[in-house]
Each structure stands twice: as C-alpha cells, then as structure tokens.
Design a protein around this ligand. Structure first.
Ligand code: XMP
Length: 319
C-alpha cells in the first residue's frame, strides 16, 4: 500500500543506487517541491548534497531567512545563500511589461545560479523538484506564463556545460503526495501546506515597474493579510491569498491634512486546479480588520481594495 514512509524508502534506495558517492547540487527556491527534494536527499545522501539558494529579494517577508532556518539549521542541509536582490532590482529598473519582467527574472535567476554552480567542483548531479504535473505540462502545449523556477536549470544549459545528470526524485508524485512526504521527512507543516507562490515572485505582484521600496511595502501588507488569515483560521480554507501593490496614488486623510499614497489590493481565491477560481467570500469584519491594520501600520498606503473577480475571465495573479 502507498504510504509516505514507503515512498520515501523507495526514493532513497533509488537515489542511492543512481548517485553512489557522487555529489549532488540542488537549487532551493523557497517553494515546497525543492524543499522536499532537499529533505529527501539529505536523508538519502547526507553531506553529498549541496544546495544553492538564490535570494531574489522578491520572496515574501522574511522568507529567505525562513528557508535558511528550516533547511540549514533545522534540517542540517548545507546551503549556500546568495543575496542577489540588488542585481534583480537593478535589472528590473525601468521595466514595466509583465512578460519582460518574467523573462528578466528567469534569465537572471539562471545566471546567478549558474555562476555559483560554476564555482563548485566535483558535482555530478543536478537535482530538481519536478513533480508529475510538471512532467505532463511540459509534454503538452503550454499556455501563457512560464514556470520559471521549474525550468530554469534546463533553460540555463547548466547540465550540459557542467556535464551534470538530472536527478528528479519527485517526478512521479502529485502535489498532495509531495506534501505528505515533506511532513514525514520533518518539514514544518505550515511550510509544506503554504499557498502556491509564482516563480517570478513579488515581481509580478508589484504592478508595472518593480522598485525595492514598493516590494518592501507589499511584503508588509501581504504579511499582515496572511497573518490575519491564519489567526482567523481561514488560511487553510482558501487556495491562495496574497496582496498586490498598485502604483496608483489615492487620496487619504492623515492627521489634519490630505495625503496621496499607494493602493494595496487583496486577492483570495478558492480553486481545485487553478485553471478556474472563485473569489473567496471572506467575512467583511475580517476584511475590515486587515484593511485597518495595513493602513495604520504602513503610512505609505492610504487605501485597501478587495478583488472580487473570478477566473475566468480574470487570472489569479494581476500580471
Ligand atoms: P494565473 O494568474 O495564471 O495563475 O491565473 C494560476 C496559478 O499559477 C501561478 N502563476 C505562476 N507560477 N510562474 C509560476 O511559477 C509564473 O509566472 C506564474 N504566473 C502565475 C499563480 O500564482 C496561480 O497559482
């Protein structure tokens, strides 16, 4: 019978048989799949695993530190962290087209990862968090947005240049199986059951030009929204929730005067497959609390709106 423990035992045996005593490189994205691969490989091959975590500066609030805390400290995995945020912000300066932003983020991610990988010697394998739905997606016709994180290693041509072989231990598993394995391997439940996060990260949730100060505001607004969802017991009842930064000035009253500040949109959806989605009917009292907190705690935000568009016709992300 299928059990997480059984799957883990099989995967470990198969990885050991393939890899032997050779070293394996893994790109950590902060997402569930690559984290589960890391935990699995740590158990299978211990110190032969080396992880590179490219911090783009476009992750959720404090997520880079959380990745390090979970993987390096809690799981004992060796992680090289690259703070690439300044490079990402420089590359994104003046760019407002969503697809152009996606391409820049994807390309730079590959570049930074490749640079770091190039410094490592005697690595023979490149591990990836490919799961079964990714295999199907890339076999069929792809529509729309590129899944940057998933495809980045291949796009970079790193396996060929460094003569690396691909190791994809989750290739036959569905997402819920990956999650159950993650928990079994000791990853924190809250991390394994986190809402999905797009590869280009907050780069597509700051509409238009991405600036460091906009990202910082968005991170805080998003963290307030997510924190309140968890507190209210709503987080696990919805499929995805996040904040979006609108580079629009809106008038507000601050003290005795008027202020023109930015707008934050809140998005929460319920969906099975992310192909269609219904906007989540969050309680008004809850939305009011989140709105008040965001406006009170972030002085550069003067207005909060709630997105009541379903998919289709709207997409889940705003860009
Ligand atoms: P949309 O906006 O297309 O989103 O309705 C559907 C799901 O896909 C995620 N998404 C992305 N994931 N790279 C990713 O890895 C992307 O460029 C991207 N765009 C959207 C989105 O968060 C939602 O879960």
């Amino acid at each position: 019978a299928w059990t997480p423990a059984g799957i883990i035992a099989d995967a470990i045996a198969s990885v050991r048989a393939q890899v032997g005593t050779q070293r394996v490189l893994l790109g950590l994205s902060g997402g569930v799949d690559s984290s589960v691969v890391a935990a699995l490989l740590k158990r299978a091959i211990g110190a032969q695993l080396i992880c590179v975590f490219v911090d783009t500066g476009l992750l959720r609030l404090a997520e880079g530190d959380q990745v390090m805390a979970t993987m390096a400290e809690h799981m004992g995995v060796q992680v090289i962290r690259i703070n690439a945020a300044p490079r990402f912000f420089t590359a994104l300066a003046g760019v407002s087209d969503p697809e152009a932003k996606r391409k820049i983020i994807g390309r730079l991610f590959v570049e930074v990862f490749d640079e770091e990988a190039g410094k490592l010697s005697d690595v023979r394998w490149l591990a990836q968090g490919t799961i079964y739905p990714d295999v199907i997606e890339s076999a069929g016709a792809r529509t729309g947005k590129a899944h940057v994180i998933k495809s980045h290693h291949n796009v970079g041509g790193l396996p060929e240049r460094m003569n690396l072989r691909l190791l994809e231990p989750l290739r036959e598993l569905f997402k819920d199986e990956v999650r159950r394995i993650g928990v079994e391997l000791g990853l924190p439940h809250a991390m394994v059951y986190r809402h999905p996060f797009p590869g280009p990260g907050l780069g597509v949730r700051v509409l238009g030009e991405v600036r460091a100060e906009y990202v910082a505001l968005l991170q805080h607004a998003d963290a307030i929204f997510i924190e309140e969802l968890r507190k209210a017991g709503l987080y696990d009842t919805i499929s995805q929730a996040f904040a979006v930064f609108l580079p629009v000035k809106s008038v507000g009253v601050v003290g005795d005067g008027r202020a023109y500040e930015w707008v934050i949109a809140l998005r929460a959806v319920e969906t099975i497959d992310f192909m269609t989605a219904r906007w989540a009917r969050l309680p008004y009292e809850f939305l009011e609390l989140v709105s008040l907190r965001i406006i009170n705690e972030l002085r550069d935000i003067s207005r909060v709106v709630y997105d009541i568009s379903s998919k289709p016709p709207a997409t889940i992300e705003w860009e």
